[in-house]
Write a protein that binds this ligand. Sequence first.
Ligand SMILES: [Zn+2]
Ligand SMILES: [Zn+2]
Ligand SMILES: [Zn+2]
Length: 154
Amino acid sequence: MTRHDHQLHQGEDLRNAARDRLTSEGEQWTDMRAAVFESLAGFEKPASAYDIAEAVSKAQGRRVAANSVYRILDLFVSANLARRVESANAYVANAHPDCLHDCIFLICDQCGQTVHIDDDTLTSGVRDAARNAGFSAPRPVIEVRGTCADCDDA
Ligand SMILES: [Zn+2]
Ligand SMILES: [Zn+2]
Ligand SMILES: [Zn+2]
């Protein structure tokens, strides 16, 4: 992966970047999709489809099914708007919807706080190792469990 102007977005800026990314894929930024993204981006920890369905239901005052949230999250992951944290079985908003990386997640065992780092030299090493072992189109999933600085202090 080449060097580039790597940008991490947040707040309004992140929502706009996510919308631009999704519409550039030929998908519509519907009210429901916007609401799901808004909710996902508001979580401080990885959120499950159920967590998000509950938050959106509360915000909209009507019942939103976890199934439809799940389909939207699936779309978000394939469009680079969200990432799945496999070991937590949950999702986080992708802070860089406009550039693709094999995100690395550091997950606190105590509080669930998840820190996201991008280190392409690390992940490309994993890709190379997988290719050398005969794997095609490898997709590294690197998640590190431990204790975050906040919990370590306590
Ligand atoms: Zn980048
Ligand atoms: Zn990343
Ligand atoms: Zn912690």
